[in-house]
Design a protein around this ligand. Structure first.
Ligand code: SF4
Length: 316
């Protein structure tokens, strides 16, 4: 059946998927943008508590802000980000996005103080906390759940692949079973869950990627971020590449895998990202990933041409 006839009422921006803009329009009467903050966290997969060296694709530098010297306070970071999005996007409300490294990896009292500081900033309507499935506790879930009656509260778990073999090869330092337990921990909490997945691991076939899509679709998730695998200088993956070059996905193959991934998800899962970006100074490939806009345009064409849309083959 043609997409137009099946367009979901939640998809108010006209995309053939539930984009973040639509989600914010549906939940707020204002223009909402996520403002990234760096609270100075580290990562248990880098400091030895879960693993050393980090995930094989991770450059380990943290935010650009961190590279410039001592971090400004969370309030200051949010105020600067707010002004930027007000000017560039005419935004009027904001979500504090704790993005850099593992944002639940710290003393409970410090976490509480940081999240509360973010939520006390004017015009902040939500909180989004990026973390690892092995770095969440019932106490932290309770803390975040306490905010969710008044704010839009999300946790973002990095999964990347449902295949334990892939998780080992990229040195994630956690298993699929740990991810499942972390998802279970959020059950009934009121916190929304966004999952990160990577498309482009050189050994993963289309089928393996779609198995990850089916797996996450079978769980109570609210959002997804799909990243293209980027090859970055200074990472273990890049050393592997230099030792034994492997091919990276073409844009056409990436786009068709993204479209297939979306087809397997519920139409009510919010699509928060469809490709990776940034890292200009250490970027190696794939070349097409430098241009996010073009990737999205290709996806658009592909979806029109193939009558592909989110939820097309999703089964409840
Ligand atoms: S969990 Fe995140 S921050 Fe830690 S090594 Fe992996 S990608 Fe980097």
């Amino acid at each position: 059946m043609p997409f137009e006839k099946l367009k979901h009422p939640l998809w108010v921006t006209g995309k053939p998927y539930y984009d973040l803009k639509s989600y914010y329009r549906n939940h707020f009467d204002e223009r909402v943008y996520k403002v990234q903050v760096d609270a100075g966290f580290t990562c248990p997969n880098r400091d030895g508590s879960r693993g050393w060296g980090g995930c094989s694709y991770c450059d380990g530098r943290g935010s650009q802000l961190r590279q410039q010297g001592p971090l400004p306070s969370i309030t200051k970071q949010l105020e600067v980000g707010k002004q930027l999005y007000k000017r560039l996007r005419k935004a009027t409300r904001f979500v504090a996005y704790f993005q850099t490294f593992t944002n639940t990896y710290g003393e409970f009292a410090r976490l509480k103080q940081l999240y509360e500081e973010a939520l006390s900033v004017d015009e902040i309507v939500g909180l989004s906390v990026g973390t690892r499935p092995d770095s969440i506790t019932p106490e932290i879930v309770d803390l975040l759940a306490g905010f969710s009656s008044k704010y839009d509260v999300w946790i973002e778990y990095g999964l990347q692949s449902m295949h334990d073999e892939s998780l080992k090869r990229i040195n994630r330092g956690h298993s699929r079973a740990e991810f499942e337990r972390a998802v279970e921990m959020l059950s009934g909490s009121g916190i929304k869950l966004c999952v990160h997945a990577i498309i482009g691991l050189p050994w993963e076939s289309r089928e393996m990627v779609f198995q990850t899509a089916d797996f996450v679709a079978s769980l109570p998730i609210d959002g997804i971020k799909i990243h293209s695998l980027l090859l970055l200088k200074g990472t273990p993956l890049y050393s592997d590449f230099l030792a034994q070059p492997f091919s990276l996905l073409s844009r056409a193959e990436y786009v068709s895998r993204v479209a297939g991934f979306l087809e397997r998800l519920s139409p009510e899962v919010v699509i928060q990202r469809l490709t990776a970006e940034g890292y200009r100074d250490i970027f190696v490939g794939p070349d097409w990933a430098r241009n996010k806009l073009q990737v999205l345009q290709h996806l658009d064409h592909y979806q029109k041409e193939h009558d592909s849309y989110q939820g097309k083959i999703w089964s409840d």
